[in-house]
Design a protein around this ligand. Structure first.
Ligand code: F6R
Length: 242
């Protein structure tokens, strides 16, 4: 695991954007793993700008998103599907048939999870997986205590995650309590992982990741075991490192 300290959020976004562009250009049929939330917004903005400059095309790109809330329609502005359309897909030439997110409205959630795994097997492996981390150390919606070998599954969100994510909803009661998440074992099969971490509220998770041991109590620490992972940390997130 490489650790790269970077001065600002903007620099982080530009750096990772270059890496994504390199991946798109160097693979015939690139497969990207994508995250939602505050952290990758800057990356998606940089990618749209690169597309507008005609530096890249998404025509041959396939994407898999990490997670989706159970019970939210893709038209719901708080859904992760809506986020991805709004922040990236609506602005570039990606083929909608190559865009995969778990369907939080599926009538059979367990089947939806199995189908999502099968799709990753069919189109994968994921060439480059972009990750963020939760304040409590979760990756995707794999909350503390999730097995490092887990596959795509239904998961209960912790009180902490519901509280932290309530900023994306009108009020806390609207935050779904369950989600579909790509498994930790699934994520670890990506050829390369870039984990973006920004902000003071992630400093404890960063300390555990960089200076602690890999333990299922802090899911992000599994990244220590990946053969080709880079963790990009801004100054605030790195503030507790010795
Ligand atoms: C979202 C996801 C989550 C977020 C994490 C950090 O698809 O997988 O694990 O990466 O909750 O979210 P932000 O970036 O909003 O702090």
């Amino acid at each position: 695991m490489r650790v790269l300290k970077i001065n600002s959020y903007q620099e982080m976004s530009e750096w990772v954007c270059k890496r994504v562009i390199d991946t798109i250009k160097s693979c015939e049929n690139p497969v990207l793993g994508l995250a939602t939330g505050s952290t990758p917004k800057g990356l998606y903005q940089c990618l749209i700008e690169a597309y507008n400059r005609k530096e890249i095309s998404f025509k041959n790109v396939t994407t898999f998103n990490l997670d989706e809330y159970i019970g939210l329609d893709p038209k719901n502005p708080s859904s992760y599907n809506y986020f991805m359309q709004d922040r990236l897909f609506n602005h570039v030439d990606i083929d909608p048939k190559r865009v995969f997110l778990p369907n939080g409205m599926a009538t059979d959630i367990e089947k939806e999870c199995d189908d999502f795994e099968a799709l990753i097997k069919k189109h994968g492996p994921i060439d480059l997986q972009i990750l963020g981390v939760g304040v409590n150390g979760h990756i995707a919606f794999n909350e503390p205590g999730t097995s490092f070998t887990s596959r795509t599954q239904r998961t209960q969100l912790t009180a902490n995650t519901i509280e932290v994510n309530s900023r994306f909803f009108e009020n806390k009661d609207e935050v779904p309590t369950e989600a579909i998440t790509m498994g930790i074992g699934t994520i670890m099969e990506s050829k390369e992982i870039i984990l973006l971490i920004s902000g003071q509220n992630k400093a404890q998770a960063v300390k555990h990741l960089v200076e602690g041991e890999a333990t299922e109590d802090c899911p992000v620490t599994v990244i220590q075991k990946h053969p080709n992972a880079t963790v990009v940390i801004d100054e605030e997130a790195a503030s507790l490192l010795s």
